[in-house]
Design a binder for this molecule. Structure first.
Ligand code: FAD
Length: 460
């Protein structure tokens, strides 16, 4: 009997245990269900839709090479899968386990109705499997990583299995009818120049990175340099598995590889957090932050204007503006600058971190429920493992420390002609007229943030 492979963000053929299990049991029907209703307030953002379109298109081509098809359906995931199983007489549904709350819901709905075979496969270790001596899940990254390292590598990647097609293919939507790509205005023109989605592209990216992983530790904080792997969208969409990435680094030593492995483990750690706290994307873990006097963008037009300036890269702080424009133009931002821009929104502009998280959710091609919320709460100082709210990043010194000016020149062209000594801080006479004034001076912002923090402590 045919076996359904339910694809979510695991859009690959190799090291994909759901494909392997289905192929061993019979002919395979791969399906992707676009379920906007099921995702509720977590519908895919615009940048994610762009990536999804291209990733599905790439997978369709790969499958066609083997005489297979990719079935596309739209609707409530559980209902569509039950319908598809009825139409095809499928014996079971095979899928990789995911931990986002809306997918846990869909899995629960399905499990009473059909045989659902779930496998782990998108993380180095199955989320929930790394435990303290007392059998508890970790809440702090460092001991989590120490324990995880002892357990790794847990397995070798598995080969892509040969697939057999069913006797009859069920009906499928056409990808282009889903309109996942922007029409007018085409805000994604810069994405296409930067990214190629799909499994082959993910492996090409990994191969290229492995050549310079030795310098990862030295270069990963410099946004002007291509020193990081840029695998995040490929990993998020599951076009490559972290086990494959881990394997590719085998036999290489040095601080570059070690630091890279520990960054990959942050991804596992974030899942470990969302397994414990389903509402982590919209609720500060530290309760007292529920009393924090954030500026209210609905009632305060100056705060709303500040938010818009941040989103559009017009804050008057070059490093912040460079990051926000990079995000808008290519759907990705360097990690160091994600920290600077997030901190700026939360602490300099006093805008609730959940609003920034939402903006990243809509604009990142790697927007990830776990990674995004864990990192936003880390920067805000509200998280389970967290930095301190009172450690306020100074954008000018961050800029000076991590960018020689090239990153700013690339993304903020109106500053391109400024000499190095003015590029980070183009205030006063040297500021080109096309470049905006600072929304708020750093010292004033810092004092306002610390005063707001004191107010919260008095209330809590
Ligand atoms: P590399 O440095 O090459 O790292 C390799 C991989 O390790 C990454 O692809 C990623 O999968 C993982 N990784 C690295 N750093 C982290 C981290 N801090 N947390 C979790 N995983 C990490 N990452 C996302 O994938 N999706 C998000 O939505 C996301 N939102 C973020 C929001 C904020 C405010 C911050 C500060 C960070 C966020 N990150 C997010 C983490 C990190 O910035 C990106 O994973 C990284 O910049 C991706 O680039 P890279 O693939 O070149 O990373």
């Amino acid at each position: 009997t045919p076996q359904i492979v339910w694809l979510r963000r695991d859009l690959r053929l190799a090291d994909q245990p759901a494909f392997a299990a289905a192929a061993a049991a019979g002919p395979v029907i791969p399906v992707y269900v676009l379920d906007d209703a099921g995702a509720g307030s977590r519908q895919l953002g615009g940048a994610s839709r762009w990536w999804l379109h291209h990733s599905l298109a790439a997978l369709e081509v790969q499958l066609q090479k083997q005489g297979m098809r990719l079935i596309l359906r739209r609707g409530k995931a559980a209902e569509e899968l039950v319908r598809l199983a009825d139409e095809t007489g499928a014996g079971a549904i095979h899928a990789i386990r995911h931990y986002e709350p809306w997918w846990k819901n869909a899995e629960e709905e399905l499990s009473g109705q059909l045989e659902l075979c779930l496998q782990d496969g998108n993380y180095l270790l199955p989320p929930g499997s790394v435990r303290t001596g007392a059998g508890k899940l970790y809440r702090i990254y460092t001991p989590f990583a120490r324990a995880a390292m002892q357990m790794l590598p847990q397995r070798d990647p598995i080969e892509a299995p040969p697939l057999t097609s069913p006797q009859n293919w069920p009906q499928s939507d056409r990808l282009t009818d889903w309109h996942l790509l922007p029409s007018k205005p085409d805000w994604a023109a810069g994405f296409a120049a930067e990214w190629t989605a799909g499994e082959d592209a993910a492996h090409a990216q990994l191969d290229a990175f492995v050549q310079h992983v030795a310098s990862y530790d030295d270069q990963r904080n410099l946004p002007a340099i291509d020193g990081t792997s840029r695998l995040s969208p490929h990993l998020h969409w599951g076009e490559i598995s972290p086990t494959q990435v881990w394997k590719a680094l085998e036999g290489r030593d040095g601080t570059g590889v070690q630091t890279y492995r520990s960054e990959l483990l942050w991804r596992d750690f974030a899942q470990n957090v969302i397994c414990q706290f389903r509402d982590y994307d919209h609720e500060s873990y530290r309760d007292r932050f529920k009393q924090f006097p954030w500026r209210q963008i609905e009632q305060d037009s100056a705060a709303a204007a500040d938010l818009r300036a941040w989103q559009e890269g017009r804050t008057g702080y070059p490093i912040v503006d460079a990051g926000m424009r990079q995000l808008w133009q290519i759907g990705w931002m360097h990690n160091r600058v994600r920290m600077i821009t997030a901190s700026f929104l939360i602490k300099h502009l006093l805008i609730d971190w959940t609003i920034g998280e939402r903006w990243f959710w809509d604009t990142l091609v790697d927007a990830d429920f776990g990674n995004n919320s864990v990192n936003w709460q880390w920067v805000a100082g509200t998280g389970v493992d967290t930095s301190l709210f009172t450690r306020i990043m100074a954008p000018l010194s961050q800029s000076d420390k991590f960018d020689a000016g090239e990153y700013i020149r690339q993304w903020v062209p109106e500053l391109a002609d400024l000499p190095d000594e003015q590029i980070h801080d183009p205030d006063g006479k040297c500021r080109p007229s096309a470049y905006p004034d600072r929304r708020i001076p750093h010292r004033e912002a810092r004092e306002r943030a610390l005063a707001a923090y004191r107010t919260m402590r008095e209330k809590a």
